[in-house]
Ligand binder design. Structure first.
Ligand SMILES: [Zn+2]
Length: 83
């Protein structure tokens, strides 16, 4: 019986990435039980990182828990609501 742990990790990463494309490498790693360096390698090998390069590792919006830019206090949606 052949097993492919790498394949299943890749498949899981793909599933998580599709559901939550803006997690950090560390967050993917936590969910998969692998290091964030390994996540980065998998994402590169799967060609995923290029789709959302600006979102990786962004700080979290205190209002909604979504991603925001480094300089902004809130994410775009919450910032607009606060005006
Ligand atoms: Zn927000």
């Amino acid at each position: 019986m052949r097993r492919g742990p790498r394949t299943s990790t890749r498949e899981k990463l793909l599933q998580i990435f599709e559901a939550s494309p803006d997690l950090t490498l560390q967050e993917y790693g936590n969910r998969l039980g692998i290091t964030k360096e390994r996540v980065r390698q998998l994402i590169e090998s799967l060609g995923l990182e290029r789709q959302r390069p600006k979102y990786a590792g962004r700080p979290i919006c205190p209002e909604c828990g979504g991603r925001k830019s480094y300089e902004a206090k809130l994410c775009r949606a919450c910032w607009r609501q606060s005006l």
